[in-house]
Ligand binder design. Structure first.
Ligand code: PMP
Length: 397
């Protein structure tokens, strides 16, 4: 008698849940009436000059593998860009690995550094892939909750309370998906001091760092502070970044990890046997993005800022509390006063008004009570969606 197929699935894989976002969006499939504020993807197409760089690559017949680390021209552009944007310098020859999105880089960081049973501290609500990436690398996820009342600041004291002799790694994401929170520099400094004191490796996912909003209208960008640039941190940090968000290049599947040579080499070993390299056409487009993309990024950021303001104003008018996000393109309004779970709120909003948002619980238990609404959606659609949400909540009052 043969073993049932479900018993063939590796324990590490069997135990991880399907993404709560995907589950929810199966419900939306095939429904044209629905306005989706669900998927975390820019509504812009990648800027034309970046697409053109890929077209030229194909025209020139640049269709080969590249070095496992990625094209040296791209690594040089990344090095220059990160020095300017984050204030920390990486050697293009030995400290930068080009990956298939930040998704792959996260997986590589976990697999290269964790031994079975090693604990990894991360903050929630958070991006859905952190816990599964840790579990698939045989690590133990340890959650630190952040709270809406505290504007989702990650408190160093809360991190300290979770450190044990088994803690090896700390995973950070600022600006944060799904809350839009940006960590205050003073708190980031305290967290860096903890990492040094307890000899932790820090994996910092800074994929939203160009999309920040300062001031009451959010029209100015904020200065980005990377933990990698703080004293004593470069040597214990893996800085992850990519092209999906700021350059609207999700489909190019391009990201990178910057870290000391020993860590880069370890991640590269996994990458060379599993991915070999990121697509050369995408890498050439990445060079163009970094060298000439800044004006387009700023145009898109300003457009997000305007939509963010619209959302905040409308939620305010509806009496739905929503903290002003400092970055990314998500609003994370607090819907607790309506007495529904975040999942029921989202399901009823979908059924009754055909607007899709993601229940906060999909991002960890700390997300319960809120919903994530992505404002990277055309402004006319956003206006209609907000009107429908307004109708829905006025019936719930
Ligand atoms: N990190 C965060 C915080 C994200 O929100 C996302 C995408 N939603 C990713 C990583 C994955 O990005 P990529 O397209 O570079 O794999």
């Amino acid at each position: 008698m043969s073993t049932p197929l479900q018993d063939r699935i590796a324990r590490q894989v069997a135990q991880i849940p399907r993404s709560g976002i995907r589950d929810f969006f199966d419900l939306v499939q095939g429904r044209d009436d629905v306005i989706s504020l669900g998927v975390g993807e820019p509504d812009f197409t990648a800027p034309w000059h970046i697409r053109e760089a890929m077209i030229y690559a194909l025209e020139r017949g640049q269709t080969t593998y590249t070095s496992n680390l990625g094209l040296i021209s791209l690594r040089k552009s990344i090095s220059k860009y990160i020095a300017g944007h984050c204030g920390v310098t990486y050697d293009p020859a030995r400290e930068i690995l080009v990956t298939v999105g930040v998704s792959e880089a996260l997986d590589l960081a976990c697999r290269a550094l964790l031994n079975p049973g090693d604990e990894v501290i991360y903050h929630t609500p958070c991006y859905v892939s952190y816990s599964p990436s840790i579990v698939m690398a045989y690590g133990v996820p340890v959650v630190v909750e952040t709270r809406v009342e505290d504007e989702f600041v990650l408190r160093a004291d809360d991190v300290a309370a979770k450190i044990t002799p088994k803690t090896r790694m700390l995973m950070l994401n600022f600006p944060t998906n799904p809350t839009g929170a940006v960590e205050p520099l003073e708190e980031l400094e305290k967290i860096a001091a903890l990492a040094v004191k307890h000899d932790l490796i820090v994996v910092t996912d800074e994929i939203y760092s160009e999309l920040t909003y300062e001031g009451s209208d959010g029209l100015k960008p904020r200065r980005h502070h990377s933990i990698a640039a703080l004293p004593g941190m470069k040597e214990r940090t893996i800085l992850l970044h990519g092209f999906s968000k700021a350059y609207a290049m999700t489909g190019f599947r391009l990201g990178y990890a910057c870290s000391p040579p020993v860590l880069t080499e370890a991640m590269m070993k996994i990458h060379q046997y599993t991915m070999l390299c990121a697509s050369i056409m995408s890498q050439l487009a990445g060079v163009e993005a970094l060298e000439n993309g800044a004006p387009e990024v700023e145009k898109m950021r300003k457009s997000y800022a305007q939509r963010r303001n619209l959302m905040l104003r409308k939620f305010g008018e509806m009496g739905v509390p929503c903290f002003p996000p400092g970055g990314a393109f998500y609003a994370f309004p607090d819907v607790r006063r309506f007495g529904l779970s975040s999942k029921d709120f989202a399901l009823r909003l979908l059924e009754e008004e055909s607007v899709a948002v993601v229940p906060g619980s999909a991002f960890g238990t700390a997300g319960e009570g809120c919903v994530r609404a992505c404002y990277a959606t055309a402004i006319d659609k956003l206006e209609v969606a907000l009107e429908r949400i307004g109708n829905f909540v006025s019936r719930l009052q």
